[in-house]
Design a protein around this ligand. Structure first.
Ligand SMILES: [Zn+2]
Length: 199
């Protein structure tokens, strides 16, 4: 299914009531066509009366680009609601998905039979279902230790990558190809060289 704003709102209110004790504030809900994430909680940092940093102005974004199972959409909404609970409670976790997040996630999974995970990212299979035809410039690399992989430079960085790889001490060989093969759509283009390993 591809959720509507109405669907996300209904689920949000329901989970707020049943899982979060009705303590979460109303948030703005937006649908997104993002390829890289399933859900995202945007917020603002504002100064409180005492000068301390507070989190406010929450927007919950759910990606509708890919058709997903309802379970996955609901778990994505719950994932973002855990972020909201932490931030609205003005708590500072040890990292984006730190100790507080992980404990709360495990508890909800256990008590409500959910399968919320840490990752916001679309799975490889989902990204592979992206069949749009785009032009990619790919560097096929073999390192001196035998590792093979590909480089996927941002279009503005192609010449920089070529120059860097031509004199990189670890690179045994590199072949640059231009292709519209959609199987490359899943690799985020990078501004600095990142080797995506291939078999
Ligand atoms: Zn998250």
């Amino acid at each position: 299914m591809r959720p509507t704003i109405e669907y996300v709102k209904t689920r949000f209110d329901e989970f707020n009531r049943t899982i979060f004790g009705g303590r979460l504030p109303k948030v703005t809900i937006r649908l997104s066509r993002a390829r890289s994430f399933l859900g995202q909680l945007a917020y603002k940092k504002v100064r409180g009366r005492g000068g301390q940093v507070c989190f406010d102005g929450f927007t919950l974004k759910i990606s509708v680009l890919i058709d997903r199972d309802q379970e996955i959409i609901d778990d994505t909404i719950l994932h973002e609601m855990i972020h909201l609970e932490i931030l609205y409670g003005q708590k500072h976790d040890t990292s984006a998905h730190g100790i507080i997040f992980r404990e709360r996630m495990a508890q909800i999974n256990r008590e409500y039979g959910r399968h919320i995970s840490i990752s916001h990212k679309a799975t490889a299979t989902e990204q592979a279902s992206d069949t749009r035809s785009r032009v990619h410039v790919i560097g096929r690399v073999t390192l001196h230790d035998g590792t093979r992989g590909i480089l996927v430079p941002a279009h503005t960085r192609i010449n920089t990558f070529r120059a860097m790889m031509a004199r990189h001490p670890q690179v045994a060989s590199i072949e640059w190809i231009t292709t519209t093969d959609p199987s490359y759509n899943r690799y985020p283009r990078t501004l600095t060289p990142k080797l995506y390993k291939t078999p």
